[in-house]
Design a protein around this ligand. Structure first.
Ligand code: ASP
Ligand code: MG
Length: 405
């Protein structure tokens, strides 16, 4: 018996039948003698349609009011689940973000949780109520409604689990857990039983969409073990936990890809101090994040410089660099959107040499050209032509021994 936090995502509460199914799962856990706090997302697609509605009024809707609007998605599902639980003769109560005292900064649309005063939740639990909390929302110190960024109900769940010192934080979704690769791309992908926070962070930031990155950062910081699992089956999912010795023995635990980047090259740039700063300043000022960067030397005091940005920022970044190129007398600027980044991730990399060369050899065997390379302590990424992305994932999956028997 313990205190269990369960979070259900949009497809798990997509309609009243699904909400009844969630109620049954919640009741099962409760009837085993556990205290249960449920965090909910909005019904699948609702947040998008609310945003679209706002955009019909104006291209850039007022941020404060947009958060008030978006938060209604989670308000709806929380009320519906609490009602359903009560109709099934179980004591339950819904709480909105501010009622659960999820306090955030005032960054509308992407607020950070600064504190959770869990008193009200605790009081209800002491009365043996099932507490249903609207995910994705909080309020700032002035009482304005804020939201935590897309996918933010994962973070609500982990933060509430941390604040309550819960015994478990279960994230229910429409996939069975975290896989060694996207099963839609790689038929031989396997579900992982366990993965470390760091691996999950790397994988989340390079394309695996299972958990909001911030929720994993939170889980790591407060050491909350997260169980990612399906609400459509009974099977065990994947535990996201602290690294242990066993994980070190596996060199690579996952292969991911991301088609969401584009690259920009400045050709024949003068090789002088301050030039790179000039190239990246306007991009930074425009709030655009840069991912990979390479600079190579050519003869005659010149270099070529290539970097990647997300596809959404590509046009803006290219325009900005055209201006920069004129100022610094670069010969040419060009870009390419037909690229993909494939990555292998694993904490075992720290203690096993030769991972990079194995990766390059596997790509070479398929004649896949590597355009750029970047690494972290536990990840190697290669930029390749977009059309090879799926093939690259498959061959790397095999090369690193991840295929299912
Ligand atoms: N409903 C919000 C979204 O679609 C939050 C979430 O689902 O986690 O982004
Ligand atoms: Mg989600």
């Amino acid at each position: 018996m313990g205190l269990i936090v369960q979070k259900y995502g949009g497809t798990s509460v997509a309609d009243l039948d699904r909400i009844r199914e969630v109620a049954r799962r919640v009741i099962k856990t409760y009837d085993q003698g556990n205290d249960v706090v449920v965090i909910l997302s909005a019904m699948a697609g609702i947040t998008d349609s609310l945003i679209n509605m706002a955009r019909e009024i104006t291209e850039s809707p007022d941020k404060r009011e947009l958060d008030v609007l978006m938060a209604t998605g989670e308000q709806t599902t929380s009320a519906l689940l609490a009602m359903t639980l009560k109709s099934m003769s179980h004591p339950a109560q819904s709480l909105l973000g501010h009622q659960a005292e999820v306090l955030t900064d005032h960054c509308y649309g992407n607020a950070r949780i600064v504190d959770i005063r869990a008193d009200r939740i605790m009081e209800l639990l002491q009365k043996r109520h099932i507490v249903v909390v609207a995910g994705f929302q909080g309020c700032d110190l002035e009482g304005n409604i804020t939201t935590l960024g897309r996918g933010g109900s994962d973070t609500s769940a982990v933060a509430i689990a941390a604040a309550l010192k819960a015994d478990a934080c279960e994230i229910y979704t429409d996939v069975a857990g975290v896989y060694t690769a996207d099963p839609n791309v790689c038929k031989k992908a396997r579900k992982l039983d366990r993965i470390s926070y760091d691996e999950m962070l790397e994988m989340a930031s390079i394309g695996a969409k299972v958990l909001q990155i911030r929720s994993v950062e939170f889980a790591k910081k407060y050491n909350v073990p997260v169980h990612v699992r399906s609400s459509f089956t009974e099977e065990e999912g994947t535990m996201v936990v602290n690294e242990d010795a066993n994980m070190e023995s596996v060199v690579v635990s996952g292969v991911t890809y991301n088609k969401n980047e584009a690259r920009i090259t400045l050709k024949k740039v003068p090789d002088r101090p301050g030039i790179a700063a000039k190239i990246f300043a306007p991009i930074a000022e425009a709030g655009i994040s840069v991912d990979m960067i390479i600079q190579n030397t050519r003869a005659g005091g010149q270099t070529d410089l290539t970097f990647t940005v997300s596809k959404a920022d590509y046009e803006t970044a290219l325009e900005l660099e055209k201006k920069v190129a004129q100022e610094i007398h670069a010969e040419d600027v060009f870009g390419d959107e037909n690229i993909a980044k494939v990555s292998v991730t694993g904490v075992g990399m720290r203690s096993h040499p030769g991972v990079a060369s194995k990766m390059f050899a596997a790509l070479a065997r398929e004649n896949i050209n590597i355009l750029m390379i970047s690494t972290s302590e536990i990840r190697i990424s290669c930029l390749i032509e977009e059309k090879y992305a799926e093939l690259a994932v498959q061959v790397l999956h095999t090369a690193f021994g991840l295929d299912q028997e």
